[in-house]
Design a binder for this molecule. Structure first.
Ligand SMILES: Cc1cc2nc3c(=O)[nH]c(=O)nc-3n(C[C@H](O)[C@H](O)[C@H](O)COP(=O)(O)OP(=O)(O)OC[C@H]3O[C@@H](n4cnc5c(N)ncnc54)[C@H](O)[C@@H]3O)c2cc1C
Length: 269
C-alpha cells in the first residue's frame, strides 16, 4: 500500500497532470487553478502545481493565517512540545495567490467559487481539500457545546490546549477516559498513540491517576505492540475496556462528566 505521503503526492501529481494537459489552462494566466483548503492536501497540491509549471496561476483559498498540524499534537497534550511548534504559516508560498477567506459554495457550471463575503472567483480547474469535520449527530449528548467540556482534540489548536490544560489541572489520582471509536476510521493507531502520551504525562506528573480506554471494538491496530509497551512503561496505569466488556460509549453527559456504556456508567475527571 502506498504511504499517505506518497498518496497525497500522487494525487497532486495526477491533478497537475490533468491540469497541464489542458492547453487552455497554460495559455491564460487568469483564471487558473483554485485550491480550497490549505491543509496537508491542499497546500501540497498548490505547491506541487506551481513547481511543475511556474506560469500556472494558482490560488489557495484558506481562512487561517497559519495551519496547526495534528501530527505531534499528542506531544503538546503530554506537555512535551509547545503548540507554536505545530504552526505552519503560508508566508513563504511565493507566487501562489493567497485568499484568506472561507469558501462557501461552488458553481461548477459557471466555474466560480463563492467566498464568505459574497464575492466570487473564477477558475479553470478546482481542487477541493477542506479536510473532514465532526458529525455532532453521532453520539447522544455530544454536541458542539460539549466539546468545551469533553475535548475531542481532533483538530489541532484550541482543543489540543483544552485537553492539555484539563490534564494539568486534574488532581493526582484522577481518572482520564478516552473513548475509541469502532472501525473504520482514519489513522487506526491514533487513539492508542494518544493514550500512550497521556499515560506518559500521568506517570511523570500524576502517578496515582488512571487512564481508561473505552473501546467500541475488541481488537485494535498494533495491539500487541501497544500493550507490551504499556505493560513495560506504564504498568497498572492504563485499563483497556473492549467492546465485549462494555467498552462502547452510547451516550455522554458533559455536565456530570459521565460516559454511558452498554454495561454501565463511567465518570471522568
Ligand atoms: C491527533 C492527530 C494526530 C495525527 N497524526 C498524524 C501523523 O502522525 N501522520 C499523518 O500522516 N497524519 C496524522 N494525522 C492525520 C492528518 O492530520 C490528516 O490526515 C490531515 O490533516 C488531512 O489533511 P487535509 O489537508 O485533508 O485536511 P486538514 O488538515 O483538515 O486541512 C483542511 C484545511 O482546509 C481548510 N478549510 C476547511 N474548510 C474550508 C473552506 N470552506 N474554505 C477554505 N478553507 C477551508 C481548513 O482551515 C484547513 O486548513 C493525525 C490526525 C490527528 C487528529
Amino acid at each position: 500500500m502506498p504511504s499517505r505521503r506518497a498518496l497525497i503526492g500522487g494525487v497532486a501529481a495526477s491533478v497537475a497532470a490533468a491540469v497541464l494537459a489542458a492547453p487552455q489552462v497554460r495559455a491564460q494566466t487568469q483564471p487558473g487553478v483554485i485550491v480550497v483548503g490549505g491543509g496537508f492536501a491542499g497546500a501540497s497540491c498548490a505547491r506541487a502545481l506551481k513547481r511543475l509549471d511556474r506560469d500556472l496561476a494558482v490560488t489557495l483559498i484558506e481562512p487561517k493565517a497559519a495551519y496547526l498540524a495534528c501530527p505531534f499534537s499528542n506531544a503538546v497534550i503530554a506537555g512535551l512540545r509547545g503548540i507554536e511548534a505545530q504552526a505552519f504559516r503560508y508566508d513563504q508560498f511565493g507566487d501562489i495567490a493567497l485568499v484568506r477567506k472561507r469558501a462557501v459554495a461552488v458553481d461548477a457550471e459557471r466555474r466560480r467559487v463563492r467566498l464568505e463575503d459574497g464575492t466570487d472567483i473564477g477558475y479553470t480547474r478546482l481542487v477541493l481539500a477542506p479536510g473532514v469535520d465532526l458529525r455532532f449527530d453521532a453520539l447522544p449528548g455530544y454536541d458542539e457545546a460539549a466539546t468545551a467540556i469533553m475535548p475531542h482534540a481532533w483538530k489541532a489548536g484550541a482543543q489540543t490546549l483544552l485537553l492539555r490544560d484539563q490534564l494539568a489541572a486534574m488532581p493526582d489520582g484522577g481518572v482520564v477516559i478516552l473513548a475509541a471509536p469502532a472501525n473504520p476510521f482514519r489513522c487506526p493507531p491514533g487513539p492508542y498513540e494518544r493514550a500512550s502520551l497521556i499515560a506518559h504525562y500521568l506517570k511523570a506528573s500524576k502517578p496515582h491517576s488512571k487512564l481508561i480506554i473505552l473501546d467500541a471494538k475488541d481488537a485494535f491496530s498494533k495491539q500487541r505492540l501497544f500493550e507490551a509497551a504499556w505493560q513495560e512503561l506504564y504498568p497498572g496505569l492504563i485499563e483497556w475496556v473492549p467492546l465485549s466488556s462494555g467498552g462502547r460509549v452510547t451516550e455522554v453527559d458533559p455536565a456530570t462528566g459521565t460516559l454511558v456504556t452498554e454495561f454501565g456508567n463511567h465518570k471522568a475527571d
